[in-house]
Design a protein around this ligand. Structure first.
Ligand code: ZN
Length: 247
């Protein structure tokens, strides 16, 4: 679980805050369904991960996340995940991601804050119990909550559309604690869900944006450095910038 550490004290050495999104895992073959026309096997993505009606679509919901877990289990970390793990051992680093896969952890990262939950978790909404189910299958009406035995009250532990994202408080705390010597690095994040442009403007220290391509949602002027290429290909250049500010 992500914790805020005392290293954020004013006299602490410069630190790195990394916010990553789908672009980080794209080179590992993890798809985003927004890019795929918002469809999964003909079903609107809003139907299979919508907090307002997930109980009505339970088989579809679990079928969709079953496929997501299988895809994640088959994927491997790419050079960008490896780089984040390396940077975490080199500098005091706080990692926050919108990704629900575990590729950062499998690359060796620790203490990752998953803003939108994790694929391997389940939560029972009949009793509020949460647990790590792993990447294996889940069968509706057979598998049950280990605490209360509910079968149809269990939802994947990923934050759905229309659902509260409790870890956004952690993101806000991390942003608030940035000092002028700390670096904010944003990787593979469209800015459609989180206010990335504003974060770039409000961060008091150096800011780096590495996205696949420019976007109207995140004007270049919001970041000190903008690198538009796949995350895996930008690693060396990003690392050189980080060394300049953090060593
Ligand atoms: Zn339960």
């Amino acid at each position: 679980m992500f914790t805020m550490k005392g290293e954020w004290a004013n006299d602490a050495p410069p630190q790195l805050m990394i916010l990553s999104g789908a672009g980080l895992s794209a080179e590992s073959g993890i798809r985003t369904f927004r890019d795929a026309g918002g469809l999964w096997e003909g079903h609107d993505i809003d139907t299979v991960c919508n907090f307002d009606n997930w109980r009505d679509n339970l088989e579809l919901v679990h079928g969709f996340y079953q496929a997501r877990r299988e895809a994640a289990a088959k994927a491997d970390p790419n050079p960008a995940h490896d780089a984040v793990a390396r940077w975490q051992t080199r500098w005091p680093t706080h990692i926050l991601t919108q990704n629900v896969d575990d590729l950062l952890e499998r690359a060796g990262c620790t203490d990752v804050c998953h803003l939108h939950g994790r694929l391997q978790d389940m939560r029972c909404y009949d009793c509020d119990y949460e647990w790590e189910h792993g990447l294996g299958p889940w069968t509706v009406d057979q598998d049950a909550c280990p605490d209360c035995g509910s079968t149809r009250g269990v939802k994947p532990g990923v934050v759905f559309f229309g659902e509260m994202a409790p870890e956004y408080r952690t993101l806000q705390r991390a942003m608030d604690s940035l000092r002028p010597r700390d670096v904010l690095l944003v990787v593979g994040t469209s800015g459609q869900v989180l206010p990335v442009a504003r974060m770039g403007l409000e961060a008091p220290g150096p800011t780096i944006l590495n996205n696949l391509e420019p976007s109207d949602v995140i004007p270049d002027r919001c970041f000190d450095h903008t690198l538009y290429r796949p995350a895996g290909e930008a690693v060396a250049e990003v690392e050189a910038l980080l060394a300049r500010y953090l060593d």
